[in-house]
Ligand binder design. Structure first.
Ligand code: FO1
Length: 316
């Protein structure tokens, strides 16, 4: 089965890793959010892209989920001692990626080609594509005004109350080469358990992406378990926008796109309400604590897709 996964950072990367463990690399493409990308210390930083690549390469920091394993922090410590902006924690190994990416971008190479090159360098054979090669910046509309995403997320620890989001540059952005062909050929599109508002919505807002997905088999995994996000501010964002966070709220958020949803055993009581939206549902453990959990969750996603396919073919 040809699978395309839409992913943001840590949660998305883990499921992508699970999918990579049960799918041949030729049958898996990952489309990654670039709305979190930003310029810092003169470097172009791509947190979600790097998180996905490190995770697939088995090099991700096991404590944070982002950044590198076996990291050292000499650069950051020296920067801090000199009074430089050390709020965004770039480790020594991680730094090399951003330096080399910036050098290549400045010489005119597109982000998609750089991603390809980095994947090859790290021995990642799955195709990892940025959603676009164009500059798109997620801005968080808060009670304190409009904030650049990393300012809101890292510098302010997601503290300011959210009123909405804006993806600057999205109207003029084009899907990166390979994005639309992968979506067109896909037999299954997976909406990873990433933040719906700031990780997957930017991908879905790239012109052409939503229409390429429409009518396809689309299975989502809820990033909300109980009323909490597994990681990050998703639940807080739902609440501040006046929506009770739950797997049902996630299903409603993606209304019109999804054919099925995998939810956590803790949310078993939401299976029927989600089924009433016309979706297939599988209930399982969705919290991925280790590589086996990632693989099992990926198997559940494919199983749900298989069930839905059989129902459609059987004319149900
Ligand atoms: N997240 C943090 O909470 N604090 C950091 O200092 C931080 C540094 C960082 C460096 C490189 C990188 O690739 C990611 C990093 N992240 C950090 C994660 C990142 O900001 C977010 O997880 C994503 O943008 C949201 O998906």
């Amino acid at each position: 089965m040809r699978v395309v996964a839409l992913a943001g950072g840590v949660g998305g990367a883990k499921l992508v890793d699970g999918l990579a463990r049960i799918t041949s690399p030729a049958d898996l493409t990952v489309i990654v959010n670039t709305g979190d990308d930003f310029e810092h210390l003169g470097l172009w930083i791509c947190p979600d892209m790097d998180t996905v690549v490190y995770t697939l390469a088995g090099l991700a920091n096991p404590d944070t989920g982002w950044g590198r394993n076996d990291e050292t922090w000499n650069f950051l410590e020296t920067l801090s001692a000199l009074g430089g902006p050390a709020w965004f924690r770039l480790g020594d190994r991680d730094l090399a990626l951003s330096v080399e990416r910036t050098r290549r971008l400045e010489s005119g190479e597109p982000l998609s080609s750089i991603a390809d090159h980095f994947c090859e360098g790290f021995g990642v054979s799955v195709q990892v594509l940025p959603m676009t090669d164009d500059r798109v910046a997620t801005l968080v509309l808060t009670v304190q005004g409009e904030l650049p995403f990393q300012q809101y997320f890292v510098a302010l620890g997601c503290e300011p109350e959210v009123r909405g989001f804006r993806f600057e540059g999205i109207q003029d952005s084009r899907p990166a080469p390979g994005v639309l062909p992968a979506l067109e050929e896909a037999q299954l599109i997976v909406l990873c358990p990433s933040n719906p508002w700031v990780s997957l919505d930017p991908i879905l807002a790239v012109p052409g992406v939503r229409s390429a997905i429409a009518g396809k088999q689309v299975v989502g995994v809820s990033p909300i378990v109980g009323a909490q996000a597994i990681k990050g501010p998703a639940a807080k964002m739902f609440r501040e926008l006046g929506i009770e966070p739950s797997a049902l709220a996630v299903a409603e958020h993606y209304r019109g796109l999804l054919s099925g949803m995998v939810i956590d055993s803790q949310d078993a009581s939401l299976a029927d309400p989600i089924r009433s939206l016309g979706l297939g549902v599988r209930v399982t453990q969705t919290i991925m604590r280790n590589p086996l959990d990632r693989k099992k969750l990926a198997e559940e996603v494919l199983a749900l897709a298989g069930e839905r396919l059989a129902e459609t073919e059987g004319g149900l």
